[in-house]
Write a protein that binds this ligand. Structure first.
Ligand code: AMP
Ligand code: ZN
Ligand code: FE
Ligand code: FE
Length: 286
């Protein structure tokens, strides 16, 4: 059937978006609003993948059921390898599993501590912002650099988000503090032990090929192929690597809802639902 429940055309393909942030980390929209938007653009399946948090899943679930949007449990977990900030996406895991939950609680605590250290570094540069302002911005979600960027913008220290990152918060900028330093192997293990599948997020961000191949040996189930930072050339390139290692494909919009970054392009960066079906058959087999 070419039309979804909301009457939006699917162009013959059923689509999914498996990389979306909400207010539970550094997104702008609530999990419920994300479900509304997914239904409005006719997405068959989505995954809410907040940074080191699964708190959005239960919030979104009832509305997802009502609207007929398939909600795949998801998370984007931070890790560090050879100094690189490695993001691992987890899908289809038991998000109530206690070891995983405890670990994610610990990560949120570490994220707040990290923000405090960044506030300290900023103060030394004459930028006086308070940790309370950042925590208020995060509204009980996982604290991240985008919250600090928003406070810097509110305080008139920068004109834009990108200026906040280039001047203060980026990986090579003076107020940067390293993110969670868990080894990616341990993050992958946590996802596997909760019966999920793990994917390397946006490999083009900062992972050289040699490192990508090492990451694969840690037990990844797949690679994120579709991402706003991947042009068609990169998508094909990573597809070839995934095929070479018998890995699954994933992808999505990495939507945060920020005007400057996403321009409200929700529903435009998607994957064929068939990729989700392939993930499910991998789950059944293992
Ligand atoms: P964190 O998890 O605190 O290290 O922050 C990472 C998040 O910051 C990413 O997921 C993006 O949402 C955002 N981010 C990273 N670099 C930039 C940038 N140069 N401009 C805007 N946002 C960025
Ligand atoms: Zn983010
Ligand atoms: Fe990421
Ligand atoms: Fe993301």
């Amino acid at each position: 059937m070419p039309y979804s429940l909301s009457g939006v055309r699917h162009n013959g393909f059923e689509k999914a978006d498996l990389h979306i942030h909400t207010k539970c980390s550094d997104g702008i929209f609530t999990p419920e609003q994300i479900i509304e938007k997914a239904a409005a653009v006719g997405l068959k399946a989505i995954s809410i993948t907040d940074h080191d948090s699964v708190l959005g899943i239960d919030k979104a679930k009832p509305l997802a059921l009502t609207k007929g949007v398939e909600l795949i449990p998801g998370v984007e977990m931070s890790s560090t390898f050879k100094g690189y900030d490695i993001h691992v996406l987890g899908y289809f895991f038991d998000y109530q599993q206690s070891e995983l939950k405890q670990y994610l609680d610990h990560c949120r605590h570490l994220r707040t501590e990290r923000a405090e250290r960044m506030v300290g570094k900023l103060a030394k540069m004459g930028v006086k912002i308070g940790i309370e302002q950042i925590i208020l911005k995060a509204q009980n979600g996982s604290v991240g650099r985008p919250h600090i960027a928003a406070v810097l913008q509110d305080g008139g220290y920068v004109k834009s988000f990108s200026e906040a990152f280039s001047k203060y918060l980026g990986a090579h900028s003076p107020a940067y503090v390293k993110s969670i330093e868990t080894h990616p192997r341990d993050v992958i293990r946590l996802i596997n032990e909760a019966s999920g599948l793990s994917f390397l997020a946006h490999p083009a961000h900062n992972v050289p090929d040699e490192t990508l191949k090492q990451l694969i040996t840690f037990g990844l189930d797949g690679i994120e192929i579709v991402h706003p930072s991947h042009d068609l050339y990169k998508q094909n390139y990573y597809r070839e690597i995934a095929n070479e290692y018998f890995l699954l494909f994933s992808g999505g919009s990495d939507f945060h809802g920020m005007k400057e970054r996403d321009d409200d392009a929700f529903g435009n960066i998607t994957i064929p639902y068939e990729w989700v079906t392939k993930m499910k058959s991998r789950l059944v087999k293992t």
